[in-house]
Ligand binder design. Structure first.
Ligand code: IMP
Length: 198
């Protein structure tokens, strides 16, 4: 088995990446298992943050590393909250306050188009000149009244007009089929099949 370090300690992400990558002969290790800290996400773009996290994790672990960065971009707000999605309403991070701020920012605005985006970056070593990059987007609209009890983050206010469901109304398996993260993960697997790690 080829080892890979995940630049996140989120147990949900760890479980999901393990499930996807083990069939490719890749053992996923959380950076916390190695005693290594997460890095900052100071950059203005998802790709820069994901690349910085992957590089940092790889440098400390001396292993290939995978990082992700994601968020919601609202057209009428010039792409905000964007990379600030997790902390849109400030510290400490709170989904409830983030959603309240988003809805307040959109008061009186009828153009509600938005999309979730997810970028995955895999580096074979810290100075890898060719990081493997996979992106996924999920289009929707922001609605004022929350719906659904599943999901997390902005999901109760993010409506997929094609399905007529919010992110919080999809069963998890179905959300994974259509979500930004699911699309990016499937693309990464395809790329890894074309260019295996070892
Ligand atoms: P991170 O990629 O874990 O840093 O997540 C960034 C933030 O984007 C999360 O804290 C959520 O606020 C938001 N976000 C990303 N993906 C989703 C999703 O699938 N549903 C709801 N919110 C999301």
């Amino acid at each position: 088995m080829q080892k890979l370090v995940l630049a996140s300690n989120n147990p949900g992400k760890l479980r999901e990446f393990r499930r996807l990558l083990e069939p490719l002969g890749i053992t996923v290790i959380a950076q916390s298992e190695l005693g290594n800290p997460e890095t900052e996400e100071p950059h203005p773009t998802f790709i820069e943050n994901a690349l910085a996290k992957a590089r940092h994790a790889s440098q400390l672990a001396h292993l290939p590393a995978l990082a992700d960065d994601s968020g919601i971009c609202v057209a009428a707000l010039g792409g905000a909250p964007g990379v600030l999605s997790a902390r849109y309403a400030g510290e400490p991070k709170s989904d409830t306050r983030n959603n309240a701020k988003l809805i307040a920012d959109l008061a009186g605005i009828t153009h509600r188009d938005a999309h979730y985006t997810c970028v995955l970056v895999l580096v074979r070593h810290a100075d890898d000149p060719e990081p493997m990059i996979a992106e996924g987007v999920w289009d929707g609209v922001v609605i004022d009244t929350p719906r659904g009890a599943g999901g997390f983050g902005y999901d109760p206010h993010f409506l997929d007009p094609g399905f007529g469901l919010t992110g919080a109304e999809f069963p998890l398996e179905e959300k994974n089929e259509i979500s930004h993260r699911g699309k990016a993960m499937r693309l990464l697997i395809e790329r890894l099949r074309q260019r295996p790690l070892g």
